[in-house]
Write a protein that binds this ligand. Structure first.
Ligand code: FAD
Length: 307
């Protein structure tokens, strides 16, 4: 029951101010956010590479209110890609972006987000890597998928995310299970109404398996974004049945969550990519991690009270 309350709080400015200023917050945030600056995240990319892991980097931020902020988001990714190139880490790290951070919700936002994300995708391709468009709340998805199609005309390796909790997702998966199409499948992290999304955890898990089967049997490149041990084992089973080799799909997990499992899957020969978020605007990302596991909230509350 706590999850939806925390997700509602993730959109509240008052809560944002309270949580950001609370003593002890930084310590808990550090479990999920790899640092505040590019310089802090680069050693983490290097260390991941040494351990046989790949990463997808997310400069945290969303729900911006001005065009200038959208340009700053674009520039932050361009700076990151520049550093990865200088250090020869381009092929180990791809980028994950939230189009709301690129201005999607502003007036003329669809065009603005496309204009902002295109140079990032170009710069990523120039250093041998790619970009995945994260899935945000359901009202943003038609625009996200249209931007994904537009980018794929020139950069077919551009990825996107689909969310198992949405009723629409099986249809999206059928459309996206096409040759060369990189699709991350996740359960879904936003507060969605019962008119568009399953609310029950067991129903979401069943939907995840249905979508996973469509992707595995299709022609694309599935990216399994989950920490759920049952879904990981079902993925391995479906991949085997579909005759997929280990390099024809990948697992993805979040930085700070089930880190031993990252290493275990990589040691088994799987491609394992760690979604690594960094930056100063961590509030929305952090609150979604709290909502996913209420025990995190207890840990957070304790760290505030003991400061
Ligand atoms: P769950 O059943 O929630 O978790 C399984 C187990 O994993 C739990 O029992 C627990 O041990 C562990 N676990 C899971 N979450 C946490 C946590 N926060 N803290 C501590 N332990 C935890 N959602 C979107 O809506 N859009 C996206 O673009 C998106 N991108 C993602 C990218 C990646 C790589 C991943 C892994 C997730 C992404 N998500 C995204 C979030 C996703 O939708 C889920 O909210 C999240 O992954 C939790 O679901 P789960 O599949 O891990 O299963």
């Amino acid at each position: 029951m706590l999850g939806p309350v925390i997700l509602a709080a993730s959109r509240s400015d008052r809560m944002r101010r309270f949580v950001s200023a609370a003593p002890g917050t930084k310590q808990v945030v550090a479990r999920f956010i790899a640092g505040e600056t590019v310089d802090q995240v680069i050693p983490i990319v290097r260390e991941a590479a040494e351990r046989g892991l790949e990463v997808t980097l997310d400069v945290v931020g969303e729900d911006i209110t001005t065009r200038e902020q959208s340009f700053a988001a674009r520039d932050a990714y361009l700076e990151l890609i520049g550093q990865l190139e200088d250090l020869g880490l381009g092929e180990r790290a791809e980028m994950s972006v939230k189009l709301s951070m690129f201005g999607q919700a502003l007036e003329g936002g669809h065009e603005l987000a496309l204009a902002n994300v295109r140079p990032v995708v170009e710069a990523a391709a120039a250093i041998g890597t790619t970009v995945t468009l994260d899935a945000e709340d359901h009202t943003t998805l038609d625009s996200m998928f249209a931007i994904h199609s537009a980018l794929r005309e020139d950069f077919p390796q551009t990825g996107c995310v689909i969310q198992a909790y949405l009723f629409r997702t099986e249809d999206d998966a059928r459309r996206l299970a096409a040759e060369g199409c990189r699709v991350r499948i996740v359960k879904g992290a936003y507060k969605e109404p019962a008119t568009v999304a399953h609310q029950d955890k067991a129903e979401i898990d069943k939907a995840y398996v249905r979508v996973l089967r469509i992707l595995m049997e299709g022609e694309g490149y599935p990216m399994i974004g989950s920490h759920d041990p049952r879904l990981i084992s079902i993925t391995q089973d479906l991949a085997r049945r579909a005759g997929r080799k280990l390099d024809e799909y990948e697992f993805q997990m979040l930085y700070g969550i089930r880190s031993e499992e990252h290493l275990r899957l990589a040691a088994e020969g799987h491609r394992m990519r760690v979604y690594t978020a960094y930056g100063t605007d961590w509030y929305g990302y952090f609150m979604r991690r709290l909502a996913e596991k209420p025990a995190n909230l207890l840990f957070f509350a304790r760290s505030i009270l003991t400061k």
